[in-house]
Design a protein. Structure first.
Length: 168
């Protein structure tokens, strides 16, 4: 049941990302609901790795929703995404799951960057600085030889964050 619910959530999320407007927003909202349903089965205590994966996926869906939503609703969705990534990091520690830890750090950087650029953010600087800290954490784990895609993606994000900070 849990794997099917999680798979449904992933499919809805992917479709929501590919769709725009109200249809995309509805599919993302359904994905968020499905991830939350999956966490009824994947508890942190009984299935910690699956729970952390679902938290991360939930956070990705919330981040996409929040980035597409203006005003306080969007800010709230982005804040929920940060909370879900931090929840995942309770299991995805640097010591026990270094690659997943780095990916979550990179995801937090993307989310903090989105918060800095959101229409409700009066002072983006602390969010850009937090994004920079998270992406630097990720880059410490993303080896350019063994993980070139992740390393290059994080490096580009870091460059963008620095440019955004310089533009302030």
């Amino acid at each position: 049941m849990g794997k099917r619910t999680n798979s449904l959530a992933v499919a809805l999320q992917n479709q929501g990302i590919r769709s725009s407007g109200e249809d995309g927003a509805n599919q993302l909202a359904q994905a968020v609901d499905a991830y939350r349903n999956a966490m009824r089965i994947y508890s942190e205590t009984d299935h910690p790795v699956d729970w952390a994966m679902t938290q991360n996926n939930l956070a990705n869906a919330l981040r996409t929703q929040g980035s597409r939503t203006s005003g306080e609703d969007g800010a709230n969705l982005l804040a929920q995404a940060v909370d879900a990534y931090r929840n995942a990091l309770r299991i995805r520690t640097k010591k026990d799951h270094p690659v997943q830890w780095a990916m979550a750090q990179n995801n937090l950087a993307v989310t903090k960057h989105a918060i800095a650029q959101h229409d409700t953010t009066a002072d983006p600087k602390p969010h850009f600085k937090a994004a920079l800290e998270h992406v630097d954490n990720a880059l410490r784990a993303f080896d350019p030889t063994h993980m070139p895609y992740n390393h290059n993606k994080a490096t580009k994000l870091r460059t963008q964050i620095l440019a955004d900070l310089d533009a302030l």
